[in-house]
Design a protein around this ligand. Sequence first.
Ligand SMILES: C[S@@+](CC[C@H](N)C(=O)[O-])C[C@H]1O[C@@H](n2cnc3c(N)ncnc32)[C@H](O)[C@@H]1O
Length: 291
Amino acid sequence: MMDVRQHNQRDRLPGKVYLVGAGPGDPGLFTLKGKALLEAADVVVYDALVSPPILAMVNPLAKLLPAGKRRGYHSLSQADITQLLIEQAQQHATVVRLKGGDPFVFGRGGEEMGDLLAAGIPVEVVPGITAGVAVPAYAGIPVTHRRLSSSVTFVTGHESIGKYRPEVNWSAIAEGSETIVIYMGVHNLPKIVQALTDGGLQSDTPIALVRWGTRPEQSELVATLATIEDEMKATGFAAPAIAVIGNVVTMRETLAVCQPEMITKAAMASYGGVNVPSGVSTTTETLATME
Ligand SMILES: C[S@@+](CC[C@H](N)C(=O)[O-])C[C@H]1O[C@@H](n2cnc3c(N)ncnc32)[C@H](O)[C@@H]1O
């Protein structure tokens, strides 16, 4: 079993930052390596999408610092987060940067890691299960299927025009991918659907939106490209959600009967109750607009 703290202190190195993926929410999907690091951490800097049962695994003596970002306002800018990590690593042996899903999938983990290395801080990535695979799976939707789809594209729906992200080529995606999985797409979904149909996707193509996937509050909305906007309005469907587009969505009719059991209740028992650290939001209300 790794003893990270001992290793770093013995060598008298500056502290090390671990970029850890927390997975999509169900604590049963968190890695053993991630859990060991949370138990050994001196400091944990966490994002807003990290679920409370996972935060409950943090060493009770560790400093717990929120850095979460939400649509509309950012708690800390990216530069502030990097600066915070550098400062914490200069003072502590083991700093965990805890991110939802996988740090390198729409998580700016690559940027953070590069900036930390440039500042001379040792850093390591611990991958997590990305929402784009696990969230559809918990809704009974496999992202590939031998009969229905042999390709899948993971794409961001949160484009900041004129900002750092290159523009998504929706036509190429419409033409070239049998399954399309969109992160952060709820807000822009009507525009995305228009771009995909302009690019050649049929308007009767099935689409599923899965909100708070792998968590007890998971909910789904299934429609077609033609009807999804009206369905969203009618139901008041809100972020955070994964959108899955393609014929794989039809598998839900067969597979959703055996949805994975949320292990949250079992996890609560095995972690001795979810003692959510003070200052950590547990309401979906405050996180509802997160993208
Ligand atoms: C900034 S991205 C981070 C993605 C993350 N790094 C990953 O690998 O899953 C945040 C977006 O991921 C999606 N997401 C993350 N967790 C989710 C969950 N439990 N249920 C539904 N969507 C989720 C939503 O689209 C959300 O707006």
